[in-house]
Design a protein around this ligand. Structure first.
Ligand code: ADP
Ligand code: C5P
Ligand code: MG
Length: 221
């Protein structure tokens, strides 16, 4: 006899988790801090599969899914889509990737995301890569991103910053208390940010699981 969480777990993760060790790195940071840009570099150098929660949600809208309108409305308001929807998309993408190393970008975005992912998948991240950048710089980047995203307008951007401060930073702090946050100064040029990212992925500490202490906030706060 199992709970609904056990059932979901069995259905979606059975082959994924039982047969191979899964490595997950959460990539967090404010909107426009450069998560997607750096994940593309990490994929090239370190063989991870990049899963952006935002990209998966946008693809779900395009696919004509029954949740499409709800997701679109949430994104336009900068709000966080219920975990159940996002976690299903992440699990499907993990299964279909054939890989066992994942960069999960833009997730968990709030406490509900975090707790539900842990309950359903039983996966603990190896570490959390946190891109620290000032709001002023993120706003500049978003306003010139030019990817045709409806939420890259100043009104929605302000809402997204508020949600980031109120709902997403507490998740970073949750992992910070556990010594799992690796903070990067994301205000630097792309190449310099990647040098810092590379140092983290190749660090002996990471491989040897040295205990990390808490980092101190700056930049964003
Ligand atoms: P996120 O995924 O965190 O929202 P993106 O990777 O999409 O951020 O980057 C947002 C915009 O900023 C993009 O146009 C990207 O080319 C640009 N960008 C990313 N990193 C930097 C950087 N270090 N310096 C300047 N611009 C950057
Ligand atoms: O990370 P990205 O900027 O692509 O996210 C765009 C939007 O997707 C967010 O503002 C939010 O509305 C939605 N999203 C979400 N839950 C996540 C990640 C993104 O609801 N975990
Ligand atoms: Mg992104």
């Amino acid at each position: 006899m199992g709970t609904a969480v056990d059932a979901a777990n069995k259905e979606t993760n059975g082959s994924l988790l039982d047969e191979k060790k899964v490595t997950v790195v959460f990539v967090l940071g404010g909107p426009g801090s450069g998560k997607g840009t750096q994940c593309a570099n990490i994929v090239q150098h370190f063989g991870f599969t990049h899963l952006s929660a935002g990209d998966l949600l946008r693809a779900e809208i395009k696919s004509g899914s029954e949740n499409g309108t709800m997701i679109q409305n949430m994104i336009n308001e900068g709000k966080i889509v219920p975990s159940e929807v996002t976690i299903k998309l992440l699990q499907r993408a993990m299964r279909e990737s054939g890989n066992n190393k994942f960069l999960i970008d833009g997730f968990p975005r709030n406490e509900e995301n975090r707790a539900a992912f842990e309950a359903v998948t039983k996966i603990e991240p190896e570490f959390v890569l946190f891109f620290d950048c000032s709001e002023e710089e993120m706003e500049r980047r978003l306003l010139s991103r030019n990817q045709g995203r409806e939420d890259d307008n100043i009104e929605t951007i302000r809402k997204r910053f508020k949600v980031f401060l109120e709902s997403s930073l507490p998740v970073v702090e949750y992992y910070n208390v556990k010594g799992k946050v690796r903070k990067i100064d994301a205000a630097k040029p792309i190449e310099e940010v990647f040098e810092a990212v590379k140092a983290i992925f190749t660090s002996k500490d990471e491989k040897g699981k040295t205990k990390h202490s808490r980092v101190h906030w700056c930049g964003i706060l």
